[in-house]
Every structure is written in structure tokens, then in C-alpha cells.
Write a protein that binds this ligand. Structure first.
Ligand code: ADP
Ligand code: MG
Length: 464
């Protein structure tokens, strides 16, 4: 792919005549050699100054600033050396403050425990409303998310969004957080994944610091918990969460939750939580239709400043329909091949990238298909395929079937629903149960542990 200059305003963003060319070379180098980190909004980065030690870049938006500090220092340093012909460091700053008066930059590269709750570190600048493509299968969830961000605590409370893997739940949750922060930078948002919430809770119990834990969560204006289905079967955390929920809810604070299943389909979730979750708005996201997939591919290409001829998204969207993460994978593969071969992206290249299959040329480890998983498992346990796919519940069949589901969940990107459908029309709670059983038992039962390890070895070596 030919290196391109950021659209237009080099001089305006380049801090005067001397820095304009530096800026241009900097971004040319990044686009050519580090396209994976590049984003469309790099156009807004301003070069503030260049001295003996540092190239200073201004990024006022906090989530973007944090992304650059976390993920982009090494590539920018390489690009700065190429652009200036000198060995300089790169400093990202959030304000146009004169050097001497500037406060010491906060070290966001090694998050402290408190920083675990710093939403700027957890949020991705990619996950905003602007980049979320709306279609028939996510329209309600999107509209509700926007309403919630505009009027926290006053539109839909709680807001509960559910759907399969890779369909945009985390994206929507983060978009809500970022929109709220943009409207009111002082809003106290606690954004956390359910598994981190549980870890923090257990740690607080162990260390006798429940007071701090409660203070932290019950003083938030907005509590956003991703993947709340992980609460399943954790009675003690459910109990604590129930009280957190009530305290916030009664205080008129907004609660936002995501899950891979509807509230009543989360196994072993206390009834009182189910009814709390159902008391607000429950929105479901389904797999996107073809037109939406095309639009999503175009949006992702714009985000990464990739030029795609129209027939490419049409072709890719027709062939990949599992979920959006797979679409992104295909786009990343395309970009990789284009970069490696120095060719522009064309339909021919797209055909090649998709025909080459899931594993990107040489880089990622081989990802087994569900057929390979089934082959490996039936071979290992010496059982018949027809038995595996049947409704039989005998232990000699049920366990291998659970192992299949666990492997499919771990190594493919199919949702629980899809895996259940594949294995004889079982519902997603059966799959979830299978996944948890194998995960837990393979830890406690060495025989099962070594069985699954051996099957995995066969699969990842591609010998299935
Ligand atoms: P989930 O949390 O449901 O598993 P994510 O929110 O992580 O899924 O989404 C997976 C990827 O797909 C993300 O990169 C996200 O940006 C993208 N994505 C999902 N839905 C959309 C959409 N409607 N428009 C644009 N990108 C989307
Ligand atoms: Mg998610």
C-alpha cells in the first residue's frame, strides 16, 4: 500500500513551517511501517515542538491520549527518529502548557491498582458512537445506549444489553462511557468487566477492605459492568452485587450491564437479580445482516485509513457472517498482505486473503475449525460421529461432547448459541454449562486435564 499523507492540514497541525515536514514524515513512516496502530483521527494530532530530547505531540481527548501513551510509544519513537534523522523521544501531552509549567506526566504505562478504575485506561478510542454502525439487529440497543448516555439514570435504568460474541456489546458500553465523559468530564463512571469486579471483590474480602470496596462502587454516578453473565454461580458476589445495585439504583444512578444471554437465561442467577435486570430495558443484539456487514467493513477501513474498492467489502461481507470480530480479522489479514506485498487492496487480493483461510500468512497460530475439533475428539475417544451429535446422554458420549463444546468455545469464534445449534440443537445454557464443567474439571481432574491437553496439542499442530 502506498504511503499516504494525512489529509491536508499538515501546516495547520505542524506548529509552523519548521515542523510541518517533520509531521508529514512522521505520519508517512507510521502508515508505512506501523499501520496496525494508525487511526483515522491521527490527523488531529498536533506537533507542539521538537527540542534536543523530545518530539512533543498534543492530543487533547483523554481516551485518545491514553491510547497513544499505552500502545503507541515504540512505533512513534521509531517514526520520530526516521522523521527527524535524530534519536529523539516522543512525548504525548494533553494540554498546550509551556514546558516548564507542565505537570509531570502521569505514568499510564504501568497501571497502579487505583488506575484499574481509571476509565481512560480501560476505554478504547475505537469504541465510540461515531464508529458504531446501526442496522436492524442492533437498532434498539444502539438507540437505548444513546438515550442512556444523554440522560443517565433517567431514560432506561438499568440498561441491559445481550447478544453473542463479537456483536458489539463492549463497543456500545464503552461508547456510553465516552459520550457521558464528553458531556460531563466530572461524571464518576465505574466501568469494569464482571470478572475484574469479582476479583476485586474477593481481594477486598480477603484483605478485610470491604469498606473501601463499597465506597468505590456505591459512590459512582454510573456503574457499567461488562459480561455480567460471569456472576453465574458466584453466590457470594451476587449477594454483594445485589446490594451495590440497590444502593445505586435507589440513588437514581445509572446501571449498564452486558451479557451473553438474557437475564432469565443466565444459569444460576438469583431470581431477585433476574427481576432487577428485567426491570429496566433489555435489548438484544443479533448477528448483522449483509448490508450492515458491508457498512461495518467500510467503517473499519475508514478508522484505519485503509482504501477499499467497493467490491471488496461486498465480497468479504458475503463470505464472512459469523460475527464482527471475524470481519475485522479478515480486514486485518487483507491489510497485512497488502503491506507485505506492497500492493493496493483489490478484489483479487481479498479473494486470496479469504482463500488463504483463517490463519494469517505465517503470523497467528493455526486456528482449528469446528470440523477439526470434532475429528480430533472422536478420534481421541474412539467414538462415532453420529453418537457425538446425537441426544445420547451416556457418560461415554456426554463428556467428549462437552470437551468439543469447550474446545469450540476456546478456539473458534462461534457464539454459545451457534455451538449449541451445531451440536444437535442444544441451547446456549447447555453449552455454557459444558464449557464451565470442562474448564473446572480439567483443573481438578488430572486425567481429564491431560486428555484435553493432548487433544489441543493435536489441534494446534494442525494434525487433526
Ligand atoms: P462483544 O462485546 O459483543 O463480544 P465487541 O463489542 O467486542 O463485541 O465487538 C467486537 C468488534 O466488532 C469490535 O471491534 C467492535 O468495534 C466491532 N463491532 C461490533 N458491532 C459493531 C457495529 N455495529 N459497528 C461497528 N463495529 C462493530
Ligand atoms: Mg465484550
Amino acid at each position: 500500500m502506498p504511503a499516504r499523507t494525512p489529509h491536508g492540514h499538515d501546516d495547520a497541525r505542524g506548529g509552523g513551517a519548521a515542523l510541518g515536514p517533520v509531521r508529514q514524515r512522521l505520519f508517512e513512516h507510521l502508515r508505512k511501517h506501523h499501520s496496525e496502530v494508525c487511526r483515522h483521527w491521527f490527523d488531529d494530532i498536533e506537533v507542539l515542538g521538537l527540542d534536543g530530547a523530545n518530539l512533543t505531540l498534543l492530543v487533547e481527548e483523554p481516551v485518545r491520549l491514553s491510547y497513544l501513551q499505552r500502545c503507541c510509544v515504540p512505533p512513534f519513537t521509531a517514526a520520530a527518529a526516521a522523521a527527524t534523522g535524530r534519536l529523539v523521544g516522543v512525548k504525548f501531552v494533553g494540554e498546550r502548557v509551556p514546558e516548564a509549567a507542565a505537570p509531570a506526566p502521569t505514568n499510564v504505562q504501568a497501571p497502579s491498582p487505583e488506575a484499574l478504575f481509571d476509565e481512560r485506561i480501560l476505554l478504547s478510542p475505537d469504541y465510540v458512537f461515531d464508529t458504531f454502525v446501526v442496522g436492524p439487529t442492533n437498532r434498539l440497543a444502539h438507540a437505548a445506549a444513546q438515550a442512556v448516555a444523554q440522560k443517565p439514570g433517567r431514560s432506561y435504568n438499568p440498561f441491559f444489553v445481550h447478544g453473542g460474541v463479537g456483536l458489539g456489546k463492549t463497543h456500545l458500553l464503552q461508547a456510553i462511557c465516552q459520550d457521558m465523559l464528553r458531556r460531563d468530564p466530572s461524571v464518576r463512571i465505574a466501568y469494569i468487566s464482571c470478572s475484574t469486579f469479582m476479583d476485586v471483590f474477593h481481594e477486598a474480602v480477603r484483605a478485610g477492605r470491604m469498606h473501601e470496596f463499597r465506597h468505590r462502587f456505591r459512590n459512582a454516578d454510573v456503574l457499567v459492568i461488562d459480561d455480567i453473565h460471569f456472576l453465574s454461580r458466584h453466590e457470594q458476589t451476587q449477594e454483594e452485587f445485589f446490594h451495590t445495585f440497590n444502593a445505586l439504583y435507589q440513588g437514581g444512578k445509572q446501571l449498564v450491564l452486558s451479557s451473553d444471554a438474557a437475564p432469565s437465561d443466565i444459569p444460576d442467577l438469583e431470581e431477585r437479580l433476574v427481576s432487577r435486570f428485567n426491570s429496566g430495558l433489555v435489548a438484544r443484539i443479533d448477528r448483522p445482516a449483509y448490508e450492515t456487514r458491508v457498512e461495518i467493513l467500510k467503517a473499519k477501513a475508514r478508522l484505519h485509513d485503509l482504501e477499499l474498492p467497493d467490491d471488496v467489502p461486498a465480497y468479504v461481507a458475503a463470505r464472512i457472517d459469523a460475527n464482527i470480530r471475524e470481519l475485522e480479522g479478515a480486514l486485518a489479514r487483507l491489510r497485512g498482505i497488502a503491506m507485505a506485498t506492497g500492493q493496493p487492496i483489490t478484489l483479487e487480493l481479498a479473494k486470496q486473503a479469504i482463500a488463504d483461510g483463517r490463519p494469517a500468512a505465517g503470523s497467528e497460530p493455526a486456528q482449528p475449525t469446528i470440523q477439526q475439533i470434532i475429528e480430533a475428539v472422536t478420534h481421541y475417544y474412539d467414538i462415532k460421529l453420529s453418537d457425538l451429535m446425537s441426544k445420547r446422554r451416556h457418560k461415554s458420549i456426554a463428556l467428549p461432547r462437552q470437551v468439543c463444546m469447550w474446545l469450540a468455545r476456546k478456539h473458534t469464534r462461534f457464539s454459545l448459541e451457534e455451538i449449541g445449534g451445531y451440536f444437535g440443537g442444544r441451547d446456549h445454557t447447555t453449552v455454557m454449562h459444558a464449557v464451565r464443567t470442562v474448564a473446572t474439571r480439567s483443573q481438578s481432574d488430572p486425567a481429564l486435564g491431560s486428555d484435553v491437553a493432548r487433544i489441543e496439542q493435536v489441534l494446534t499442530r494442525g494434525e487433526a
